[in-house]
Design a protein around this ligand. Structure first.
Ligand code: NAD
Length: 323
């Protein structure tokens, strides 16, 4: 077995590459390095620099490395950017996936795992989001993930590819400081960035109908998420392989923004009170995913909690930026 990991030099992709190689799987990474860092990859993982939109390159990589399964993580992922540049997001996220699925079908590869997102749900008014909760994304990024899932399942049916769509909730933490998220698009690195500039963290609305008035989310450690990919890859290689699976990847537990800021204060020692600003349009009061289907289908559950997410992310921050 050789697994192609697209987006393998990215924050999550590099964690997946590490977990897969540590488990004895052969891996090749494809990344255009638009947001990735080749140094994140384990030494034994070859990196092909190029785009998932390049059909000829994809054919060559699949053949030269005798790829037997694909983990597709490469995508643009910034919600605000997707609102400003929707055609680019459809072209790169959906177009890149279409080119890849064509190459996969032509090569006769029968295993495909797709990085989806809780953004496919939009803002459902439910306590716990299950995979059967209707999808109604509220921005082009989420739309490209939902359209991507449709395309993955349709290609799976058309070409006999067994597929798994993993809907990640809020990803945080790092398995090692050098693998940390260096962007500032997710809440933990965003707060670190504010603190480093001597500014108080911001809370967007504290009058939501939640226990402490701030928004509640489901945070999952990136090391747990990487293990979910290994479990999905194993499932696709085992006796129960076949058909399509769509799974939430979260902890099934809600953590409020205030609770997260308290955890960050404990780790950084910077406990300055947050400034409360107006609600942001489109923010749901609560978005927590049921983790039961992933447990039942993959035998996978997240093991690491918020303190480990925050402290490992902080170690990464110190490594990349200093205190
Ligand atoms: N980080 C999160 O909280 C989160 C949550 C839900 C879903 N996701 C999804 O997980 C995946 C990985 O996210 P991440 O946080 O690691 O982001 P990231 O930006 O760190 O990684 C994405 C990688 O893909 C590469 N890439 C982008 N477009 C490419 C293309 N067309 N061809 C080849 N390489 C390309 C980038 O260079 C980067 O290395 C994405 O599909 C994202 O939508 C992330």
């Amino acid at each position: 077995m050789t697994w192609l990991i697209t987006g393998g030099a990215g924050y999550i992709g590099a964690h997946v590459a590490r977990v897969m190689t540590e488990a004895g799987e052969r891996v090749v990474a494809l990344d255009d390095l638009s947001a990735g860092d080749a140094a994140r990859l384990p030494d034994e993982v070859p990196l092909v620099q190029g785009s998932s939109l390049d059909g000829e390159l994809l054919k060559r990589v699949l053949a030269e490395h005798a790829v037997t399964g694909v983990l597709h993580l490469a995508a643009r992922k910034q919600v605000a950017e997707s609102v400003a540049q929707p055609a680019r997001y459809y072209r790169e996220n959906v177009g890149g996936l279409a080119a890849l699925l064509d190459a996969v079908a032509e090569a006769g590869i029968g295993r495909f795992v797709f990085s989806s997102s809780a953004a496919v749900y939009g803002n459902p008014d439910v306590d716990l989001i299950t995979e059967d909760t209707p999808c109604a994304p509220v921005n082009p990024y989420g739309e490209t993930k939902l359209a991507g899932e449709w395309l993955v399942r349709a290609a799976g049916r058309a070409h006999g590819i067994a597929t798994v769509c993993l809907r990640y909730f809020n990803v945080a933490g790092a398995a090692a400081p050098e693998l940390a998220d260096t962007g500032v698009f997710n809440i933990v690195p965003m707060v670190f960035d504010r603190l480093a500039r001597g500014e108080a963290p911001r809370v967007f609305g504290d009058d939501y109908p939640t226990p402490d008035g701030t928004c509640v989310r489901d945070y999952v450690h990136v090391a747990d998420l990487a293990e979910a990919h290994l479990a999905a890859a194993r499932r696709l290689s085992g006796p129960e392989a076949g058909g399509d699976l769509t799974l939430n990847i979260g902890r099934g537990e809600g953590v409020s923004v205030r609770e997260l800021l308290t955890a960050i204060g404990e780790v950084t020692g910077d406990r300055r009170p947050p400034v409360v600003e107006a609600r942001r349009p489109g923010d749901a009061p609560r978005a927590v995913g049921s983790a039961e289907r992933a447990a039942a289908e993959l035998g996978w559950r997240a093991r690491r909690g918020v303190p480990e997410m925050v402290s490992s992310a902080w170690q990464g921050r110190l490594r990349h930026h200093g205190a």
